[in-house]
Design a protein around this ligand. Sequence first.
Ligand code: ADE
Length: 220
Amino acid sequence: MEFDILTIFPNILDSYFKETIIKRAVKKRLIQIQMHNIRDFTVDKHHTVDDRPYGGGPGMIFKLEPIFRALKKINRRKKSKIVLLTPTGKQFTQQKAKSYAKLDQLILIAGRYEGVDARVEKLVSEKISIGPYVLSGGELPAAVIIEAVARLIPGVLGHEDSAKSDSFTINKEYLEYPQYTRPVKFKNWPVPTILLSGNHKSIELWRNKNSKKARKKRKK
Ligand code: ADE
């Protein structure tokens, strides 16, 4: 099985993957892990990966285009999924790990900053959180998921190890409203015009409404 990680810190997980069962699984060619530096897919001279949020507010939003370009460059296997790692995603469970273990390829996008331009939804199969808490980026969650999935692949664990584990049942997660940054038009996926209005009251109302909507949607 192949794991691809999109990140701006392509070396951050090196030491972890070079130890433990992951190392053994790679050596036995049961899994393959490839890191892709999102900055390599920027086109400006400063290699910009983030920008200010439309509608205002603190923090920076991860831009969509470098992620789009990086994904285009990755060779896709037959059974493949693209997953965005975010605290606003669906809770990762043992059940989910089992379903991922049946794939040929899992592509994991590790976001940073205050979030990723919400249009990333158009590019991914699903959004996944490893738990109801906020980390500074998706790199550690990517490692968590790879570990949980890899140990379910036949041959990865010695037979003295047990691959059985309980799945999480509690799913109380903090949810944010969708965020957008430049460009205002990408493909035919527009930024909601209300966020360009400069009307803070209506922006706040829109965000509250969409936060609730997202929560409902996630519960399905
Ligand atoms: N990025 C930041 N926090 C995260 C979490 N809890 N799960 C997945 N990705 C994240």
